[in-house]
Design a protein around this ligand. Structure first.
Ligand code: PLP
Length: 464
């Protein structure tokens, strides 16, 4: 029997018997079975039982142009028929990779003395961040400062799942498995105002104070030991933690003062999500390295990479000789062809402009209305990414305890009512496709409100 003709139960049984899923408790998978997603169109996906779901997470923060774009399938098909693969090692190259690198260099805005003329390709965000560690270390070695090894990240950050990616990230559950972080990676706290703002402290004061943790850490380690600071513009998988306006300028001041490299991990935030091709432009800081993946192809095919700023590129290329680093799929012609077609859609439909213009305003205004819900501590968005915190008492900010599993309760109601919204502890987060119409934004907000109401009812029934 072809797999498509298997029943849902048969697929689930095979799935549980053979497929090790990322970030999944396989005990749960064996008892409840995975939801089998079979097809998609626009902002919707369908499961094997025919249930239609509004995908407010764009898959996994990737499908920025929405599902069902035939141009992307056509680009992949044409490239596969012409040159399905060739490597870019040992002085060979391919046309889609050259065109994409050129295009990305043209799209990356110049900020201050920083421009991005060079791109290194990988197949994912995790690999790209591993490459960042290698490039940063190589940079300082070539400059004769090999003791500058430490990379500072942030707690609750997500930078991927490889040994270096998971180490740069600040997820304690990941560190607990596999003896992480690897040496010479350390962390400072995140700027989560709702959680950690002091009584009477304004958001901007909080932003300055929390950025100051970077300076404290640099001084504790000794500036001559610090290689780089890595951060997401907005902490994504950590629960959509949007920093106060004062945060990034202060981070820039500190990295400049101590001469350390700045890595902007834009795996979620680039390609229009915040209304710009690259998110550093939104916040006005000057990274040396910019990690990208996901929406560079809208997730239709794996591709990632690093935009290498002039300061680093100059040293790696002019002083470097051969850099013993790279992947079989660095500059994969099919992935690069799909990325070019994806960027063309984004340009034609002006998706970044849409998000930073009227559509983004409408989305932000409608999302902010959720602040009146009794269960919502605060609901905030930036571009087309948004998060809210579920609270027991709106006025005292009293929180639910972990065992209440309030996020999972809410997520359950979302699934039952045709909405994919992600739970991160007691935070509910979304990152919908950038193509949303007014009617789809209205539908999304209606669904979120409905699911919040149902969550509140269930919590009441449970006496929570
Ligand atoms: N960096 C950030 C900010 C991410 O959000 C992710 C994935 O969600 C990654 C890196 C890892 O990317 P990948 O899963 O493609 O390896």
């Amino acid at each position: 029997t072809p797999p498509s003709q298997l029943s849902t139960q048969e697929i689930q049984a095979l799935d549980s018997a053979h497929f090790i899923h990322p970030f999944t408790d396989h005990g749960d998978l064996a008892t409840r079975g995975a939801r089998v997603i079979t097809r998609s169109e626009g902002v919707y996906v369908w499961d094997s039982e025919g249930v239609k779901l509004f995908d407010a997470m764009s898959g996994l923060w990737c499908v920025n142009v929405g599902y069902g774009r035939k141009e992307l399938a056509e680009a992949a098909y044409q490239q596969m028929m012409t040159l399905p693969f060739y490597n870019s090692f040992f002085q060979t190259t391919n046309v889609p990779a050259v065109k994409l690198a050129t295009k990305l260099a043209a799209l990356a805005p110049k900020v201050g003395d920083r421009s991005f003329q060079h791109v290194f390709f990988s197949s994912s965000g995790s690999e790209s961040n591993d490459s960042n560690v290698r490039m940063v270390r190589r940079y300082w070695d070539l400059l004769g400062q090999p003791d500058r090894k430490v990379i500072i990240g942030r707690l609750n950050a997500y930078h991927g799942s490889t040994m270096a990616g998971a180490s740069l990230g600040g997820m304690s559950a990941m560190h607990a498995q596999g003896d992480l972080p690897i040496p010479n990676i350390t962390h400072i706290g995140q700027p989560y105002y709702f959680d950690d703002g002091l009584a009477g402290e304004s958001a901007d004061e909080f932003g300055l104070r929390t950025a100051g943790w970077l300076e404290e850490k640099i001084l504790e380690l000794g500036a001559d030991k610090v290689a780089a600071f890595i951060a997401e513009p907005i902490q994504g998988a950590g629960g959509v933690i949007i920093p106060p306006a004062s945060y990034w300028p202060e981070i820039q001041r500190i990295v400049d003062k101590y001469g350390i490299l700045l890595i902007s991990d834009e795996v979620i935030c680039a390609f229009g999500r915040l209304g710009h091709w690259f998110a550093y432009e939104k916040f006005g800081y000057k990274p040396d390295l910019v990690t990208f993946a996901k929406a560079v192809t809208s997730g239709y095919i794996p591709l990632g990479g690093v935009m290498v700023g002039n300061r680093v590129a100059k040293v790696l290329i002019e002083k470097g000789g051969e850099f013993n680093h790279g992947y079989t799929y660095s500059g994969h012609p099919v992935a690069c062809a799909v990325a070019l077609a994806n960027i063309e859609i984004m340009e034609t439909e002006q998706l970044p402009q849409r998000v930073r213009g009227e559509m983004g305003d409408y989305f932000g205004k409608r999302y902010a209305e959720l602040n009146d819900h009794p269960l919502v501590g605060v609901a905030e968005s930036c571009g087309f990414v948004a998060g809210l915190v579920l609270v027991k008492n709106k006025h005292t900010k009293e929180r639910f305890v972990e065992d209440d599993a309030v996020g999972m309760i809410c997520r359950g109601h979302c699934f039952s009512n045709g909405l994919i919204m992600r739970a991160v502890g007691d935070r509910m987060i979304i990152a919908p496709p950038l193509t949303l119409t007014h009617a789809e934004i209205d539908e999304l907000m209606r669904l979120i409100r409905l699911c919040l109401d149902l969550t509140q009812q269930e919590l009441h029934q449970k006496g929570l």
